[in-house]
Design a protein around this ligand. Structure first.
Ligand SMILES: NC(=O)c1ccc[n+]([C@@H]2O[C@H](COP(=O)([O-])OP(=O)(O)OC[C@H]3O[C@@H](n4cnc5c(N)ncnc54)[C@H](OP(=O)(O)O)[C@@H]3O)[C@@H](O)[C@H]2O)c1
Length: 257
């Protein structure tokens, strides 16, 4: 029989995970809104859904926690017992804090990203090594996974993969704006950039950035001319500072939790 997973929370992240997992796992979803729970159940009839009531017993369950970080203090008193395992997707919520709120034999902290919407999340994970294999199998269902060895590494990675879609959106918008400025229609520019990112996804999965750049940059060519403009405006350093500032912010927010 397949492993049973209990989702607490049924918002965007839970829905993406359930879509990726419901054919291979037995899924139970606990939420607080009958209407959205019913919609989920209708879309995936093999799952079961329940309204969260006081004293929900998590003993022996494999919990996937998908509420907002600020909901943790109000949610925790409604749960009783000790879970078999706890997988949290809560941004900026440390293993220590999770363990204090929700008792579990094994605790894992994960950081999926917006790509989960299309089952293409870049998810980083950290926590109890004994659960590593199960955790990777679960989160592989929504994309790519990377196990890290410390929460500090996860906080750094969050600046890249968590905030990354916003940083790359700026790059995409800049490229499209440049094309429009030179006379391309906006819709064509958008399609061009979308296709570029799609192909780039495959390229970067196989080659390093330097290999890709060297492969396309010919002597005194068009790429070299454009590339020099990017370096003149310190785009590389701006990206490095963006990761540094995102990491500093993550630490600042964590110290307030
Ligand atoms: N979305 C992303 O791309 C992303 C990426 C990385 C990490 N995350 C993390 O994923 C978590 C969920 O985010 P989301 O985008 O899925 O948010 P969301 O769509 O707002 O979903 C939150 C869910 O939690 C439920 N909930 C909130 N408080 C609750 C409580 N006290 N008891 C029971 N259920 C409660 C909500 O119920 P209602 O519908 O009734 O409000 C909703 O079903 C967050 O911690 C976030 O940090 C999200």
């Amino acid at each position: 029989m397949s492993m049973k997973l209990t989702f607490i929370g049924n918002g965007s992240m839970a829905t993406a995970l359930i879509k990726g997992l419901y054919q291979s796992y037995e899924i139970e979803v606990i939420g607080r809104n009958t209407k959205t729970l019913n919609t989920l159940q209708e879309a995936m009839p093999t799952i079961s859904t329940k309204l969260l009531e006081d004293s929900f017993d998590i003993t022996g369950r494999n919990i996937i926690l998908c509420v907002k970080p600020y909901s943790l203090p109000s949610l925790a008193p409604k749960l009783i017992g000790t879970a078999k395992s706890l997988y949290s997707v809560l941004a900026g919520t440390s293993l220590e804090s999770l363990q204090a709120y929700i008792p579990a034999k094994h605790t894992i902290r994960t950081m999926p990203n917006l790509g989960a919407t299309y089952l293409k999340s870049m998810t980083t994970l950290v926590g109890d090594e004994r659960l590593k294999e199960d955790a990777l199998a679960i989160f592989d269902a929504i994309g790519t996974t990377l196990w890290l060895s410390s929460e500090n590494e996860l906080d750094i990675a969050t600046g890249v993969a968590g905030s990354g879609p916003a940083f790359l959106a700026l790059v995409a918008e800049g490229l499209a704006d440049g094309a429009v400025q030179q006379g391309l229609k906006r819709a064509d520019a958008q399609q061009l950039v979308a296709g570029l990112f799609d192909g780039f996804g495959s390229l970067i999965a196989h080659d390093t950035p330097a290999q890709i750049k060297d492969g396309v940059m010919s002597p005194a060519g068009t790429t070299a001319a454009g590339y020099a403009a990017l370096e003149r405006h310190s785009v590389r350093y701006a990206m490095m500072e963006a990761i540094g500032d995102a990491y500093s912010k993550a630490l600042e927010l964590k110290s307030k939790n």
